[in-house]
Design a protein around this ligand. Structure first.
Ligand code: ZN
Ligand code: FE
Length: 257
């Protein structure tokens, strides 16, 4: 039985993710920016809350911790590297460690760059990864605390997950990321198809997530920095993925679209 995942839209463009392991009924929420919408989703389904999973310390990912722990007694698991910056953390994990979640488990991956303590939760048996603000659909997080070298290394590790892995990220940025991606690879047929699908989904008020690692490998310029057309678009060599990544990230930071 595979992990059940529901998106909870919060704030402007955040997603918290309600996760239920069906065999044991273990319930978690990933990166809740606030408590009330999560409590409403739990009440609607008659669920308690066992775990709050945190990818990094930013306010729009941890804001729900006090309200949720007070209301449910849930424990909080998050990055060991950032223990001091996640108030209420009860269980800290680092790279390669397994987090047991009911009958399943997640491998913790250190993916620094957006922040220095950012982790991802990879539920390998359930083919799902929670990437926080490291990888977005058609984009990636800003480098607030890392170098291009670090951020590219983190993205390359996510890219190397099995293609069928469902990728859940913490923001609905796909349409605006897509406008930038289209300037980098205007002739990428998979990207053009994805942009049409994204436009249809947004017009219908639907999320564009999850995506899959395979789909991102075909369409996300930040996972394609070793593709000659992507490097050429930012004036670098495909043989130097770090320089290409750095140039691409700079171009995106300055992109008004
Ligand atoms: Zn963030
Ligand atoms: Fe965020």
């Amino acid at each position: 039985m595979t992990l059940d995942v529901s998106l909870i839209p919060m704030l402007q463009d955040n997603y918290g993710h309600l996760i239920v392991e069906p065999e044991t009924g273990t319930v978690g929420v990933v990166d809740p920016p606030e408590a009330p919408p999560v409590l409403a989703a739990l009440a609607e389904r008659g669920l308690g809350l066992d775990w709050i999973l945190i990818t990094h310390h930013h306010g729009d990912h941890i804001g729900g911790i006090p309200g949720l722990t007070a209301a449910t007694g849930a424990r909080v698991v998050g990055p060991r590297a950032d223990q001091a910056r996640v108030p209420g953390l009860t269980f800290a994990l680092g790279d390669g460690e397994r987090f047991a979640f009911g009958a399943t488990s997640a491998v913790v991956m250190d993916v620094p760059g957006h922040t220095r303590g950012h982790i991802a939760f990879w539920f390998d048996r359930d083919q799902a990864v929670f990437a926080g603000d490291t990888l977005f659909s058609l984009g990636c997080g800003r480098m607030f605390e890392g170098t291009p070298q670090q951020m590219w290394h983190s993205l390359a590790r996510l890219r190397a997950l099995p293609g069928e892995t469902r990728m859940f990220c913490a923001h609905e940025y796909t349409a605006s990321n897509g406008r930038f991606a289209a300037t980098i690879e205007p002739d990428n047929a998979d990207l053009r198809q994805r942009l049409r699908d994204v436009a249809d989904l947004r017009a219908a008020g639907q999320p564009t997530l999850p995506t899959t690692i395979a789909q991102e490998c075909r369409t996300n310029p930040f996972l394609r920095v070793d593709v000659p057309a992507v490097a050429a678009a930012v004036g670098t060599q495909a043989s130097d993925p770090v320089a290409t990544f750095a140039a691409l990230r700079r171009a995106k930071d300055g992109f008004k679209g």
